[in-house]
Design a protein around this ligand. Structure first.
Ligand SMILES: [Zn+2]
Ligand SMILES: [Zn+2]
Length: 285
């Protein structure tokens, strides 16, 4: 389609912001999306050297108005190197938070791409509950970016999404955490990182209990809500393997730590956690 035809169409069919619902005109010139995904090989290395704000802008400007897109907040220091929670202090260095000092964690470290604020919460909600699975492409790229920047290539043998219970999977029709990493083998291959045979195992963990959403529970309730909720797929051998658990959001970290507990008790070498967004509600430094 010619550029003139595209701008003509955008006058009559402007994009609707996924966060606030405002209509806005989207100039393809201001974004490489969706051409980025048609030319991933050409653009991947370029994107991996952008900062998080620029990457978010480039891949989300077809979905968000100019006001909402500036609300994105990247995860940045000072933060807890264990659970990845960020601190509101300035001129401070990274340090363990109170929670990580006082409670045992089975995972080695957790990290995320962006802060779970109003805009990111709405986007993830559209992705999980409103069937907007095309957001898996930019979201998967954000997750891959965080993986790349944390230099996790040598610390990972198996990449595993947090599973849904079979009932929830049937209702929703997809596991959003798996969609985030589904294209990773292709991205790893472009970076020539496939020699080590990273494997993505979408059924490494099995969710035994259809747990209720963690969002409205307090810390104690969250812990008991996910207790013994997972088991290892008996067909998978994880002995001595370095495992990366991926999910959309990390809030209290109870779900992720329960997954890590099962993996470590079954002799995994280490478990790291990677999520798209990090809640900052429970800051304690
Ligand atoms: Zn908006
Ligand atoms: Zn911490």
């Amino acid at each position: 389609m010619s550029r003139i035809a595209k701008s003509f169409l955008s006058c009559f069919f402007p994009n609707k912001c996924l966060s606030c619902g405002t209509f806005f005109s989207f100039s393809e010139k201001s974004s490489l999306y969706p051409s980025f995904f048609n030319k991933t090989k050409k653009n991947l290395k370029y994107y991996l050297h952008q900062n998080r704000n620029d990457l978010f802008y480039d891949l989300m400007s077809a979905f968000l108005c100019k006001t909402c897109i500036t609300q994105f907040s990247p995860v940045a220091s000072p933060l807890c190197p264990k659970c990845g929670i960020t601190f509101n202090t300035i001129n401070d260095c990274d340090h363990l938070c109170h929670e990580c000092i006082t409670s045992k964690k089975y995972f080695n470290k957790a990290y995320s791409f962006g802060i779970y604020n109003r805009v990111f919460r709405t986007l993830i909600h559209q992705f999980k509950y409103n069937g907007m699975i095309h957001l898996a492409k930019p979201f998967g790229m954000f997750l891959f970016y965080a993986f790349y920047k944390n230099q996790e290539f040598n610390d990972t043998d198996i990449i595993a999404p947090v599973p849904l219970h079979i009932k929830r999977l049937r209702q929703r029709g997809y596991n959003q955490a798996y969609l985030l990493v589904r294209k990773w083998p292709y991205l790893l291959k472009i970076l020539k990182k496939d020699e080590k045979n990273y494997s993505i195992k979408k059924e490494l963990l099995i969710r035994l209990i259809p747990t209720i959403s963690q969002t409205k529970l307090n810390k104690k309730q969250r812990k008991s809500n996910v207790k013994n909720a997972f088991k290892i797929n008996p067909a998978c051998n994880i002995k001595g393997k370095k495992i990366l658990i991926v999910d959309d959001i990390l809030t209290s970290g109870q779900t992720a730590d329960e997954c890590a507990k099962v993996l470590m008790k079954n002799h995994a070498a280490s478990v790291n956690i990677l999520t798209l967004a990090r809640s900052v509600k429970e800051i304690s430094c």
